[in-house]
Design a protein around this ligand. Structure first.
Ligand code: UTP
Length: 290
């Protein structure tokens, strides 16, 4: 398998869990400390040497593409004010990666969103990163998958171990651990009943896939919630081509979940030396009051 240069980032969902914040703002643009969630995701892709980002968007999400473009008027204002560090900061975001986009005209699920990008991916293996899943620390999560995909010449999915009570919220894999943290996938099941789950290894928003997934996605029938599930097509892909899973190391925040979103904000704000002590003092004070 060649090196992976393209990533599909679906950002076309409704973000209903994050309402009312997301009534008019895409949830991928909500800030985690001083950057929108989507910037962390694109920075992870860039660190894994991905060059081309394909956003799957909808009519209300053009602000996401704009964030990764130049804002020359703003740069001019900052330059006139002598704020050259800020100029560099905003320009850097426009120069990280090449941006392409495709519309998902109906929100028919993650699998359908990936299928919408078919014409922009063509024949090469590619990555998928879910636009509201923030991963951080150590080797970029998508880079961990790319390394295994190249070594094993197979599609690879990212997994994390979740508590038993939460297995019914995720796609869960049945796998054989062939080396620490690396699994050969035997099967997978979307949102199983707790007692039926084959493991506690949950599929999270990072994948390296081969273009034959698109044919399988075209055959997937909508599930009970009316959505075309990526897991269903990956199950067929795993049967035909084999598939590996990597237990991801590092932090993970599902920013569509308020508790995780707020924790991410505090985590990243605490990393900033200038803010660290003031924020900690305020938080300690606040927690004592509870
Ligand atoms: P989620 O299920 O977390 O997103 O999908 P959602 O549907 O926007 O959120 P809730 O559950 O209503 O709060 C994961 C990712 O897939 C994208 C979303 O934008 C999100 O980044 N997605 C989801 C699409 O692009 N299209 C879809 O049809 C569904």
């Amino acid at each position: 398998m060649k090196n992976i240069r393209k990533v599909i980032i679906p950002v076309a969902g409704w973000g209903t869990r994050s309402l009312p914040a997301t009534k008019n703002i895409p949830k991928e643009m909500l800030p985690v400390y001083n950057k929108p969630v989507i910037q962390y995701v694109v920075e992870e892709a860039q660190r894994a040497r991905i060059e081309d980002v394909i956003f799957v968007t909808n009519r209300d999400k053009s602000v996401i593409e704009d964030h990764f473009d130049y804002n020359l008027q703003l740069e001019a204002v900052l330059e006139r004010g002598g704020k050259l560090d800020k100029v560099a900061e905003v320009r850097k975001v426009a120069e990280m990666v090449n941006i392409m986009s495709v519309r998902q005209k109906k929100q028919l699920g993650l699998g359908h969103a990936v299928l919408c990008a078919r014409e922009l991916v063509r024949a090469d293996p590619f990555a998928v990163m879910v636009g509201d899943d923030l991963m951080f620390g150590g080797v970029p999560a998508i880079g961990q998958l790319i390394d295994v995909a190249i070594a094993e010449k197979m599609p690879v999915i990212g997994v994390v171990e979740v508590p038993f009570e939460k297995v019914n919220r995720y796609g869960i894999i049945d796998g054989e651990e062939i080396s620490p943290g690396i699994f050969r996938v035997r099967d997978m099941v979307e949102k199983p009943k707790r007692e039926d789950a084959p493991s506690r290894l949950a599929i999270v928003g990072r994948y390296v896939l081969t273009p034959d997934i698109f044919d399988y996605l075209e055959q997937v029938k909508p599930g009970h919630d009316g959505e075309i599930q990526l897991t269903d097509a990956m199950q067929t892909l795993a049967q035909h081509r084999g598939m590996m899973a990597v237990r991801l190391t590092g932090m993970r925040f599902d920013t569509g979940d308020w508790a995780e979103f707020l924790t991410a904000n505090i985590y990243f704000a605490l990393q900033d030396e200038e803010l660290h002590y003031d924020l900690l003092a305020l938080l300690k004070n606040f927690v004592q009051l509870q």
